[in-house]
Design a protein around this ligand. Sequence first.
Ligand SMILES: Nc1nc2c(ncn2[C@@H]2O[C@H](COP(=O)(O)OP(=O)(O)OP(=O)(O)O)[C@@H](O)[C@H]2O)c(=O)[nH]1
Ligand SMILES: [Mg+2]
Length: 303
Amino acid sequence: MSKFGVLVMGPAGAGKSTFCTALIQHLQNNKRPCYYVNLDPAAEEFAFEPDIDIKDLISLEDVMEEMSLGPNGGLIYCFEFLLENLDFLTDPLEEVTDEYLIIFDMPGQIELYTHVPILPNLVKHLMRGSLNINMCAAYLLESTFIIDRPKFFAGTLSAMSAMLMLEMPHVNILSKMDLVKGRVAKRDLKRFLNPDADLVDEDPSWRPGKDQEELEEGRTDGDPASTKNVMAGTSFYRLNKAVAQLIDDFSMVSFLKLDAQDEDSVGAVLSYIDDAIQYHEAQEPKEPRDDIDTNIIESAMGD
Ligand SMILES: Nc1nc2c(ncn2[C@@H]2O[C@H](COP(=O)(O)OP(=O)(O)OP(=O)(O)O)[C@@H](O)[C@H]2O)c(=O)[nH]1
Ligand SMILES: [Mg+2]
């Protein structure tokens, strides 16, 4: 028997926990069972109480205090500790059946998704070990990033890096769509869903050349440490063009749109996740149960 899960990832504040909440609400509205796993050792408040909470194993606050670590080092320590104590996850998850969608709410520290091999090891354990969970990664990026193209391509690069590192089915999501509605034309928005390198050239805010000249001549508005000119200069343009071209060449990253307040939008994203993990293929057609039908009929008749 397979199990089914989604790993909700992305940078800090991208809307991961809000998406998890919206997803749980949507599943409940559609009478689908779900199992909520919080893997953020710093998360305090939840709209739905997690079924498993990493804080019952280890909390970031304790680690930072006792090990004298900062928030990022502390988080890596928490995950290393989790990897040494995988029974904490395995034991309860073994009981979860194939009707459930297991939702893993991840922390936002970008270190986890880029260069340390912690997540690949965790994912391997969940997918290939005795748990045998069909997993999909959902990588969220805030849609407001599209207003600042260097930020958008940096975020897209981090999504691609997570895809390459995790080697699992993956959907990328532009979250908080309500914040860009009306600010970006629909046609322009479409370009960001399948980003190409030309978006860098078409950015109206670029002034390549001019500020670089000023920088080279030492004219930096009286502030020698100013980064303003660097960010608008030719070198920065070329860097962004190279990043965008790399993403374009791999042709791996496209985005789905998400407005967590809109149930249809949450349902649409869920249907992509279901497809990726082949959730519906595994569900047995349910026979109508005689006892339930009789009860419904009896209660409808006021018996
Ligand atoms: N307008 C709008 N705000 C949102 C949406 N989703 C999340 N937010 C807000 O964005 C902020 C961060 O949301 P979270 O869901 O906590 O983000 P997160 O990715 O879980 O954050 P970390 O766990 O701290 O990395 C909160 O203030 C949310 O209310 C959305 O769809 N629209
Ligand atoms: Mg969160």
